[in-house]
Design a protein around this ligand. Sequence first.
Ligand code: ZN
Length: 392
Amino acid sequence: MKNAASLAVGPRLRAPRRPLAQWLDWRAGAIDDPVARLGYLRGSAAFWSRKPVRRALRDARVQRMSAFFALLVLPIPMITDGAAPRRSVEASSKTDTFATVWTVENTPDHELFSNGLRVEKRHMAAPRQAVPFQRWRLDGGNREEKAGPYGIVFHTTESDAAVFEEANNRQLRRAAQGTLEFVQSQRAYHYVIDRFGRVFRTVPENEPANHAGDSVWSDGKYYFVNLNHSFLGVSFDGQTRGADGRSSITEPQVASATLLTEILRARYRIPAVNCVTHAQVSVNPRNMGVGYHTDWAAGFPFGRLGLPVNYWTPLPAITLFGFKFDDYYANLAADELQDGISAGETMLRQAATRRGVTTAVYRRTLAKQFREVADPHRYVNFTEPESRSTNR
Ligand SMILES: [Zn+2]
């Protein structure tokens, strides 16, 4: 495991690729209100990664396009680029569209939905007491709660995966069974999608699951700390990047994840901005580093799941609480996620300058604020196999 001293501000992180990005960055620095600033960067970051964004647009189905356009939001009206519609952060969430989908059949061992997805319940952990999910306002810091989740964190189980071919069928089935039994015993996710695309609900949706550990996210109006208590955990059985450097995620898994995401987003009115990967939200408070867990640091099929690519979102862990990143994380990160890291760093430095303090001093102030928010909400962390403590 790395210690705090080895964390550095990104020698290997490439700079934003275009002068426009730097300009947008500078304008963001002039916005003092944290809500407006985050919202601004969220919108402007779309310019930084236009190429993948356009690719995503091509791939998306027509009915998903409105969700994609939420990405082109420019909440601060002073922007004059003209290439994107100007909408507020609030309006962006209203552009989310939700499918009409209902439960067709609900039996003790499965649930069937009108979009064709069958959810297996035979590996569900015993129900416990339902706990409200929580979030904090960015302006004022007030805590709010409701019975259901605010978002989804996507994971991989990081289980060793056999090659997905018929000759390995027995081994693949045995591996799936092993994963499910482990997840059930650990209450590790709300859903697991095995490599055949079968979907298992493993923890009831109105209870926390031990999936995200120490984690931070923000949707521009609220922030979330320790996402076990605010987001659902959906895990693909397999590895983001196996020993051969390739993903072991299968086509049936992506197809099922699309249907499951559609159902969960519709049921809880989850905005696209709150559909994130574990690598985007995971932090390590012991050394104040981001990316403690790195599942889906790259390659997440946002477009296939009807979601805009949101890797580029300025990392809230950096902007709100001053977390750092290191080479290990930056090297695993997709180009768009590197943009998100870079934007977060720039915002942080500019905020420090405005306050007349060094970035290091400002980071310490933010770290103190993080501890004040996070400590009262501690719980037992489930540690995934891809944790750096076992990986490195
Ligand atoms: Zn994970």
